[in-house]
Design a binder for this molecule. Structure first.
Ligand SMILES: [Zn+2]
Length: 282
């Protein structure tokens, strides 16, 4: 009996590794086909080392980096939606008509419904309603995936896109306040002083979830090495001299062995924490 598919929907190459690399590797190893949607190629992200890419080549380089990470995770197929990275909030790339945030919802949802009806996942994962730290593309993929999750199940919507499919569960990947705390401590240990005036870090601290808000904490310690390999694939984001590469094994274990999720659908109080994305699903 084939295992039910898992579909991850993120915005940029490397989003998947931070939030869900261990999860993807875990379920792939158990025989679940794992699919990864990436809305953009992260074209306006940072370039850690100018030897790796130019602003013109960054999209293609990051596509290759994502494919490298996908292989480390055992992902079956990477699906690009082919939109452009919109950049951080209030930056010039926001205005590019190709930017993901400027694409009409109907167009994106149509693509996502087509993918969901083709793959027919039992479980879908995307960003939480804060987009982790409020990146406009993270919020957009969250919004469109949520809409497509329901639209894919509705026979009256997009009838030309194939047989309706109701995925059993929708999860939001969530970052906890305790993670940000631990991250700050470990970064300090490798010589990175807390940046008091870093607005993204400040926003992150405010946005993290309390541990008791989390519906499922997946222990992925068995896949820590695969997750680390996936990080290493994203070279333009974490060069050899990135402080992250100075984290020792104990720090990596502390930061990356548990991945957290909120259950977004069905809207049920299950009465207990879940221990598995597919728990109780046949
Ligand atoms: Zn991102």
């Amino acid at each position: 009996m084939p295992k039910p598919p898992l579909l991850l929907a993120y915005a940029h190459p490397d989003d998947e590794t931070f939030g869900s690399a261990g999860t993807a590797a875990h379920y792939a190893a158990l025989g679940h086909p794992v699919y990864l949607i990436c809305a953009t190629r992260g074209e306006v992200g940072q370039i850690s080392d100018p030897a790796l890419a130019t602003p013109e080549t960054l999209g293609a380089v990051r596509e290759a980096e994502l494919r490298c990470a996908a292989e480390a995770m055992g992902v079956e197929e990477v699906i690009f939606l082919d939109y452009r990275d919109s950049g951080m909030v209030d930056t010039a790339p926001n205005a590019d008509p190709r930017a993901f945030i400027n694409i009409p919802a109907e167009e994106v949802i149509t693509k996502l419904v087509g993918i969901i009806r083709r793959i027919r996942p039992a479980v879908i994962i995307t960003f939480d309603p804060t987009g982790g730290y409020g990146h406009p593309d993270h919020l957009a993929i969250y919004r469109h995936t949520l809409a497509a999750f329901h639209a894919a199940a509705n026979a009256t919507q997009f009838p030309a896109l194939g047989t309706p499919h109701q995925a059993s569960r929708l999860f939001f990947a969530a970052i906890t306040k305790s993670f940000f705390q631990a991250w700050g401590e470990e970064m300090q240990k490798v010589g990175v002083e807390a940046e008091q005036d870093d607005p993204i870090m400040e926003q992150m601290r405010q946005l993290g979830y309390e541990d008791d808000q989390i519906d499922l904490s997946l222990d992925v310690s068995e896949y820590l090495e695969r997750k680390w390999t996936a990080f290493q694939c994203h070279r333009t984001q974490f060069s050899a001299d990135d402080p992250m590469n100075r984290l020792d094994l104990a720090a990596r274990r502390r930061l990356f062995t548990v991945e957290h999720y909120l259950l977004a659908y069905p809207p049920l109080d299950l009465g207990a924490k879940l221990t598995d994305l597919f728990e109780g699903l046949s």
